[in-house]
Design a protein around this ligand. Structure first.
Ligand SMILES: [Zn+2]
Length: 451
């Protein structure tokens, strides 16, 4: 329910240097990759032979891609074509080389075992698309990945594990970087479950570990249907494209923290969150997270907007509670291109609750009781942005409840179309919102007095 920004500052870190292998291992590496390299050598020789410049000695053929960019291209290709042998050949140092001294503390410092490579391969092949590029630092790659139609743009993230040296560039592993959001597929086994294709229903995908009952797909379908039935006009994609939903369900709290790339303490009380996966977006790309600076009402996010479920605390939810949770997050996904103005988080959260609580009557009556408990002499006070963050669960709960109740009162007092225009005014903090706030103060005072 809380949302996190995926971009964050991070200190420079030393790159991972390739540790040159001893003779026996180098020979083994050459043997492993010869089949891949031979056609490339032929091209290189022909190029040199036809050059008109002064004679140069032929370059020594490299058994591994010569650069991180070339490695990224080959990795992309072997995954796309299902070339498992080609994939394994990119891990020359995996079995017998100690971790380089400058390795990051992340899992990339540990050479991938055969089992680890199996896991990565299976996970990569479960994705709908995946493209690698050289990363911003030595040892890193950018990865852009999708799981199917609900992803309107790829998730862009950074991974670690490249080692380059005189022999070329290879992989020690594919792993998350310390302090950076990690793809779920480097953290655990994944399968991708998608909803049956339907002309009238937005697409849904769930990324999870495939064990136990598949409880989140139905919740995700209920969530997008609740959003479809709601009026989000003025806040969602003006092209009318239905917003699909991709839900990531980490298998453990450890995996959840790995996805966030940070300590999860602030999210202990968060059932799920919606974010833009843009931490690895190339610098030339437009900003991944839309801002409001140019006044336009909609910016299509440049990277995937997805929901992450917090596995701790959601295991005991009922089916309708799960549906309420994902309907709430699906509103955030549908409105991701139109962020709420500063100070108006309560409007975004209140609208998400308006849609979410249609899925569970008991949660709605609990929210009503919590809002009543928050009544003051002037009625209900719109919560500050800060009251939705931090570790105070009771304060957060009350903030959601008050926001929901305020927008519930707005809808009760105005015709539907007018209520939606006023919600947009509140969301944008436009001049028209001052009068709406005055009305809300009066309506909530009367509602509080009538208890
Ligand atoms: Zn929320």
């Amino acid at each position: 329910m809380g949302r996190v920004r995926s971009r964050q500052a991070r200190p420079d870190r030393p790159g991972i240097r390739w540790v040159g292998g001893a003779g026996a291992r180098s020979a083994m590496v050459r043997r492993l990759v010869r089949g891949v390299v031979a056609p490339l050598m032929l091209v290189a020789v022909l190029t040199v032979a036809s050059a008109c410049g002064p004679a140069r000695p032929a370059a020594t053929p490299s058994p591994l891609p010569a650069s991180a960019s070339a490695l990224a291209a080959r990795l992309t290709q072997v995954v796309a074509t299902g070339d498992r042998a080609g994939f394994d050949a990119l891990f020359p140092a995996s079995d017998d080389t100690p971790a380089p001294a400058a390795a990051s503390p992340a899992a990339s410092g540990i050479a991938a075992s055969a089992g680890r490579r199996d896991l990565l391969w299976t996970n990569l092949r479960a994705l709908a698309s995946v493209t690698f590029e050289a990363g911003p630092d030595a040892g890193t790659l950018r990865v852009a990945w999708t799981v199917g139609p609900p992803d309107v743009a790829p998730a862009w993230q950074l991974v670690d594990g490249v080692v380059c040296g005189t022999g070329g560039c290879g992989l020690r592993n594919l792993a998350g970087m310390a302090g950076e959001p990690a793809p779920l597929w480097v953290l655990q086994p994944i399968v991708v479950t998608t909803s049956p294709t339907s002309a009238t229903r937005p697409d849904v995908a769930v990324i999870w570990d495939g064990t136990g009952p598949d409880v989140w797909l139905a919740a995700a379908q209920a969530g997008v249907q609740a959003v479809q039935a709601a009026d989000l006009s003025g806040l969602d994609d003006p092209s009318g494209a239905p917003a699909g939903l991709v839900v990531e369900v980490p298998e453990s709290y450890t995996a959840f923290q790995g996805q966030l790339g940070q300590n999860g303490a602030d999210f202990v009380w968060t059932g799920a969150l919606t974010w833009t996966l843009d931490s690895g977006l190339p610098p030339a790309a437009v900003s991944g997270t839309p801002d409001r600076s140019d006044g336009a009402s909609w910016h299509t996010p440049a990277a995937a907007v997805r929901v992450v479920v917090n596995p701790s605390g959601t295991t005991s939810l009922t089916a309708s509670q799960r549906a309420a949770l994902l309907a709430h997050e699906a509103v955030h996904v549908a409105t991701a291109g139109h962020p709420a103005a500063s100070g108006r988080t309560w409007v975004a959260e209140g609208l998400a609750e308006l849609v979410g609580l249609t899925q569970d009557a008991q949660l709605a009556s609990q929210s009503q009781a919590q809002a009543r408990a928050a009544c003051g002499p002037g009625g209900l006070t719109p919560p500050s942005d800060a009251s939705f963050a931090g570790g105070d669960a009771e304060r957060q709960d009350a903030s959601y409840a008050v926001s929901w109740q305020l927008l519930t009162l707005l809808r009760a007092h105005e015709p539907a179309a007018q209520a939606q225009r006023d919600i947009v005014a509140l969301w944008d903090a436009s001049d028209a919102s001052a009068a709406v706030l005055t009305d809300l103060a009066a309506w909530s005072s009367a509602w509080c007095a009538a208890r």
